[in-house]
Design a protein around this ligand. Structure first.
Ligand code: GLN
Length: 289
């Protein structure tokens, strides 16, 4: 009886030769196409991880290497919808590489829209003196901002101790412990004012359908925000002004359908706002002043 699914990667070809990385990536990408929109990229990142090299190095000079035994198990994990970033333990964001794990949301390119908005706001200046990241998770937004402006310092706040451990580790690896502090807390921040406030709050409605990769693996506390996904904006809007320095800007991530409803909550608190789209052209960031 033939197996329903072809075996992943016979370590040996019929001729008895060991499969090379190029062949193993191709075979894995074929299987991952059933669940991932980026099957080849996923396979390449997993192979680079198995070989202990960067993806660039893999593609430039290691595709003829024998496929390491560890690769098959990494692909099996991905086939169970585990995000690549949790399998490899890292994710690139803006100009930095972050350690990530199941305790924090995987940083997404969409969130780089917030950094772009901040870069525009502070263009031609020395940059923000002080940055606040509300709901910092892995530290992605704070540490990307501090990498952008080497003179800046800031604080990341999160309600999760597990997230703060990951964020502090990232600051240490990036050599930013003198400029980045982390503290447990909520939307009211640390009682100080800041020139730049970054925030990617939960904004998924409780009834929304999510892919298994997000639903089964990423922390619900970082995703869901009540029936309409706006609960956290309702909590943030009244306490934001008191944390923003004069001339400062707050860049708040939104779901692509939430621009109108979310901006109204902040306009009610006296904010002027614009909406910045992500690379796909979807509304992604409220820019509040
Ligand atoms: N952008 C994420 C997603 O769609 C959600 C992030 C969030 O809720 N802050 O999966």
């Amino acid at each position: 009886m033939p197996p329903a699914v072809p075996p992943l990667s016979p370590a040996l070809s019929p001729e008895g030769e060991r499969e090379n990385a190029r062949q193993a990536i191709g075979a894995a990408a074929n299987r991952l196409a059933a669940l991932s929109p980026t099957p080849r990229l996923d396979a390449e990142l997993l192979m680079a991880h198995a070989l202990g090299v960067t993806r660039d190095t893999l593609l430039l000079s290691r595709l003829d290497d024998a496929a390491p035994d560890a690769f098959a198990a990494l692909v099996e994990r991905r086939l169970r919808h585990e995000p690549v970033a949790y399998i490899t333990g890292t994710r690139d964001f803006w100009t930095i590489t972050l350690a990530v794990g199941p305790g924090v949301l995987v940083p997404r390119p969409d969130s780089e829209t917030l950094i772009e908005a901040a870069v525009d706001h502070f263009a031609g200046t020395a940059g923000p003196r002080s940055v606040l990241d509300l709901g910092t998770g892995s530290g992605a937004l704070l540490l990307a901002a501090l990498d952008q402006w080497p003179q800046s310092g800031g604080v990341g706040i999160d309600a999760s101790d597990a997230a703060l451990v990951i964020a502090a580790g990232n600051a240490a690896r990036l050599g930013m412990t003198d400029r980045a502090r982390f503290a447990i807390g909520g939307w009211t921040g640390n009682g100080a004012v800041h020139d730049l406030i970054l925030c990617n709050p939960p904004y998924i409605g409780t009834g929304e359908i999510l892919g298994a990769e997000v639903r089964d693996w990423e922390p619900a506390s970082a995703l869901f925000a009540g029936e309409d996904g706006l609960d956290d904006y309702r909590a943030i809007a009244p306490v934001l002004r008191g944390q923003l320095a004069p001339g400062g800007v707050a860049c708040i991530e939104i779901g692509s359908t939430q621009a109108e409803a979310a901006s109204a909550l902040f306009a009610d608190q006296g904010f002027e706002f614009s909406v910045r789209p992500d690379l796909a052209g979807r509304p992604r960031c409220l820019v509040l002043a």
